[in-house]
Design a protein around this ligand. Structure first.
Ligand code: SPV
Ligand code: MG
Length: 300
């Protein structure tokens, strides 16, 4: 089946809807950041057998942080959507797994329908929009003093504009709540989750940069009792010690490893570059590099 799929990559009609099918059928949907076609191909191909079961990544996360970092720019919306969409197109060309797009705060509400229509038409499965306003700052920065959260009313409006703009039933709008990042409490986060869900959000990403997950456990407990409950998404960058089965038990349906391929390659590239400088040859670093053959054989 895999061979058949990859022989018709450009014709992947089922890709967009696959995310919803995965959410319905899997305990937890595993998503890894992809910032290039090559990283997309790693996510596409890689699998392992664990306890007799095949394990692989289910989908790709198109991260604003890694997309802007590879372009040497800050994660403050300095990379415009057209440029991100171009990269997405290149990734779509050589992969078949679903993509979740990080749209920051969605930009100007007047422009959002055009973004949604482009993403939907391209075959992207979901767009995440976060409830922050003003000059964007990455949520993992310590100092969030100048960052403001949108009003519930405005953000609900954004969600419904995005939902109305999509033409396919399968395209998901995921609302990302920044209350914990901005030092607000559980009540604010749960209230927003309910309101965003009422406005039509298909899933809720509750972000946190605490090392423990106590706040997420409390959040999930409270929100799971609501009649507006929607699938929960987490980004365990600050709490990497928590395993997927634990996240699933707490109530998360999607886990996004948001920046790990970029961090891996950056470290490794710097290390080898420095070794070449120091040794004045590349021989000493050969075990840290793939062979040219390995790279070439990736390309079909
Ligand atoms: C990203 O990967 O760009 C994200 C997640 O938005 S975070 O960096 O944690 O804000
Ligand atoms: Mg981002």
């Amino acid at each position: 089946i895999k061979k058949k799929i990859s022989s018709s990559l450009p014709l992947i009609y089922g890709r967009r809807s696959r995310l919803k099918r995965l959410i319905a059928s899997k305990k937890i949907v595993r998503v890894l950041e992809s910032h290039s076609p090559l990283t997309g191909m790693i996510i596409e191909e890689l699998f392992t057998n664990r306890k007799g079961q095949r394990e692989e990544f289910d989908a790709m996360w198109s991260s604003s942080l890694t997309d802007s970092s590879i372009k040497g720019k800050p994660d403050n919306q300095s990379v415009d959507y057209s440029s991100s969409l171009e990269m997405l197109n290149d990734i779509l060309d050589v992969t078949s797994k679903p993509i979740i797009f990080d749209a920051d705060n969605g930009g100007r509400i007047e422009h959002m329908p055009y973004l949604v229509k482009s993403l939907d038409r391209m075959g992207i499965s979901a767009m995440v929009i976060e409830d922050k306003i003003g000059l964007k700052k990455n949520s993992l920065f310590k100092d969030q003093s100048n960052v403001k959260q949108d009003t519930i009313r405005n953000f609900k409006n954004k969600i419904s504009v995005a939902k109305k703009a999509s033409f396919s039933e399968d395209f998901m709008v995921i609302a990302r709540i920044e209350s914990f990042i901005l030092g607000k409490g559980l009540n604010d986060a749960v209230r927003r989750a309910e309101e965003y869900s009422k406005a039509g959000a298909d899933a809720i990403l509750i972000h946190s940069k605490d090392k423990t997950i106590n706040n997420l456990i409390q959040f999930s407990k409270r929100f799971s009792k609501s009649k507006f409950y929607k699938p929960l998404v987490c980004v365990p960058s600050a709490y990497p010690q928590i395993k997927e089965n634990q996240l699933s038990k707490i109530g998360f349906k999607i886990v996004i490893y948001a920046n790990h391929l970029l961090r891996t390659s950056y470290k490794s590239m710097k290390e080898v570059a420095l070794e070449i400088l120091t040794n004045q040859r590349s021989f000493n670093s050969r075990k840290k590099m793939s062979t040219i053959q390995e790279v070439i054989s990736l390309i079909k």
